[in-house]
Design a protein around this ligand. Structure first.
Ligand code: KIV
Ligand code: NA
Length: 266
């Protein structure tokens, strides 16, 4: 099997083949998604509210994400693995950003890093790219600045479309190999996609982008509560696991498990 590399992202855009991505935070889902042919896996700081028990991504640290990224990178044969740079690990400047990116590359085996911000992150992106590390950019709604943005608000509407475009050009010029567009109107995403040379990856950005990405726990129906309206649920894992847990409990309390077939002989 040939590994996915950054040139596959560019080739896909040039040939009109849509790129597929999911988040992953562990070995088993990484194997499953890799074997299913998902092109890239993002070890997102969405681990904060999917694995680590936080309400937002803000508290997530580099030290917390590193073991997860190592598990995912070690599990795949084909998929391109991207480690997400957590809040506080790159905003201070290019040297901080490079330090964090190098840690992910050395300590996890990931193939690239992702960070949030357009124009405001261009120096960080350039510094990391100049060191030979591929960077996926992330513009539109950026969850790490939820409080600055005033909540989970769609970006790139009205006059915001010009800022989105400026951010997109900034990250392309800085050397990003791809850019995530999160929660932006489909028309704005289509315009960015048409103007940029590098592929756009949509998360709630409509169909006219070069690739799609979803948080796997939302996509698989594992999470409850506030699921964004752009998510399509492809499974009901919460229902499956909940039913299994109840049957197991009932079997054990009723003496139906374990039986002889699940016991060791003398
Ligand atoms: O952390 C994450 O899962 C992300 C994607 C939703 C873009 O950043
Ligand atoms: Na993220």
């Amino acid at each position: 099997i040939k590994r996915v590399r950054t040139r596959h992202f560019q080739n896909a855009k040039d040939q009109g083949i849509t790129i597929t991505g999911l988040t992953s935070y562990d070995q088993l889902t990484a194997q499953i998604f890799d074997e299913a042919g998902i092109d890239f896996l993002l070890v997102g700081d969405s681990a904060g509210n999917n694995v680590l028990g936080f309400d937002t991504t803000l508290p997530v640290t580099v030290d917390e994400l590193i073991p997860l990224a190592r598990a995912v990178a070690g599990a795949v044969k084909r998929a391109f693995v991207i480690a997400d740079m957590p809040f506080g690990s790159y905003e201070n400047g290019p040297e901080d950003a490079l330090h964090t990116a190098v840690r992910f590359m050395k300590e996890t085996g990931a193939h690239a890093v992702k960070l949030e911000g357009g124009e405001r992150s261009r120096k960080q992106i350039k510094r990391i790219v100049d060191a030979g590390i591929p960077v996926m950019a992330h513009i539109g709604f950026t969850p790490q600045s939820e409080h600055g943005l005033g909540g989970h608000i769609i970006q790139g509407r009205g006059a915001g479309a010009e800022q989105l475009l400026a951010d997109a050009h900034a990250v392309e010029d800085a050397g990003a190999f791809a850019v995530v567009l999160e929660m932006v109107p489909a028309a704005a995403a289509a315009r960015v996609t048409a103007e940029l040379r590098i592929p756009t990856i949509g998360v709630g950005a409509g169909p006219e982008v070069d690739g799609q990405l979803l948080v796997w726990t939302d996509w698989a129906g594992l999470t409850t509560g506030r699921i964004p309206s752009f998510v399509k649920r492809y499974a009901d894992l919460r229902g499956v696991l909940s039913e299994a847990a109840q049957r197991y409990r009932d079997d054990v309390t009723a003496g139906r498990y374990p039986t002889q077939e699940h016991s060791y002989e003398e």
